[in-house]
Ligand binder design. Structure first.
Ligand code: COA
Ligand code: ZN
Length: 309
């Protein structure tokens, strides 16, 4: 199998995960979750969104969260920004990396941000100019990069056109989102091979939701096609509010556990990560789909609990 030696994990649970929760998680608990995640060896955490609070009330505390967070040196704490107002708020709150987002499906973009794809991209050009001049790094999401439940299969060329726009703006990394869990390993292989020459392996991330149970299979297909960067959410928290059928990303601890068993380094302490997943479950007060919270990681000695020897 052709596989990379190391993989970078971008933890998106505090944003992508919590934005889809029916209730508001108190700021103190969000901060505790992010600070615990910061002790696992993760180097990148997406902490919140500077979107309209009325649209996503779950993240209405983004200013307070970003300003109160005790940042650990060496970790990039990023936040989602939909428009210029979002950029201004993010800058005020001391955010060093923003994530722009636009859907590859017109209908989805219209429902998500009330703009056409072209309007979103036009807005991003102004954001990018300001961000670049302030030394703020930019990542760009292509939402519904594989399929959309309103428009069906999304043509890879539509994705490539958006990726090209992002590149032109100075976005350092593009994340291809399977927002509704419609991708399969063959589609993933094809899209990764098409986008790698455009962004390079350090500029291409994959963002899988496990809505139909294909998340880890898709991650494996992306790895084999040459991808090195994966977004996941601790415990498998979350989903995008549009559409409501969307469920969480692949669980960070499940992907990290699988990668470690395959001999791929992530720099993450799996036992600490599993503890974070259990903490995430305790604050949202419902079961989460992550497997390792219950199963634990594999103990090859066959006896006792790994992590407690
Ligand atoms: N932060 C806070 N408030 C914002 C804002 C932002 N980034 N952008 C706009 N607003 C406010 C405006 O100031 C205005 O306020 P007012 O009524 O008090 O004057 C109001 O929202 C309406 O502004 P408008 O530009 O018409 O926005 P809209 O209602 O068309 O909403 C978005 C557009 C993009 C702001 C909104 O759809 C949104 O936040 N979407 C995010 C969706 C999301 O996060 N999805 C999950 C990620 S995949
Ligand atoms: Zn997502």
């Amino acid at each position: 199998m052709s596989l990379p030696e190391t993989v970078t994990i971008v933890e998106v649970g505090p944003r992508d995960g919590l934005q889809g929760e029916p209730g508001f998680v108190p700021t103190n608990e969000k901060l505790e979750l992010i600070e615990r995640l910061s002790e696992t060896g993760l180097k990148r955490i997406e902490i919140t969104s500077f979107v309209r609070p009325r649209t996503i009330p779950q993240l209405k505390d983004s200013e307070e969260l970003a300003t109160r967070l005790r940042r650990k040196p060496g970790i990039i704490y990023s936040a989602l920004v939909p428009n210029f107002k979002g950029l201004e708020r993010a800058m005020q709150a001391g955010i060093g990396e923003i994530a722009l987002f636009v859907s590859a499906s017109e209908t989805h973009n219209q429902k998500n941000v009330r703009m056409s794809v072209g309007e979103s991209l036009n807005g991003f050009r102004r954001i990018a100019e300001a961000a670049v001049s302030h030394g703020i790094r930019m990542r760009g999401y292509v939402v519904t990069a594989f399929g959309c439940e309103y428009e069906g299969r999304v043509p890879p060329d539509k994705v490539e056109a958006i990726v090209g726009e992002y590149r032109g703006m100075g976005v350092h990394e593009v994340s291809l989102g399977d927002t509704t869990g419609m991708a399969n390993p063959v589609m993933v292989d094809e899209l990764v091979r098409q986008m790698l020459p455009v962004m390079g392996e350090t500029g291409l991330a994959l963002h899988f939701h496990d809505t139909r149970g294909t998340g880890l299979a898709n991650a494996l297909a992306a790895l084999q096609a040459g991808a090195h960067i994966f977004d996941c959410s601790v415990g498998g928290l979350g989903g995008c509010p549009y559409p409501s059928i969307s469920t969480g990303n692949i669980a960070t601890e499940d992907l990290v556990g699988m990668l470690h068993e395959m001999g791929i380094e992530t720099g993450i302490d799996l036992d600490r990560l599993i503890d974070c997943a259990r903490y995430a479950k305790s604050i949202i007060k419902r079961d989460l789909p992550g497997h390792l919270m219950d199963a634990g990681r594999i103990c090859w000695k066959g006896m006792g609990q790994c992590g407690q020897e």
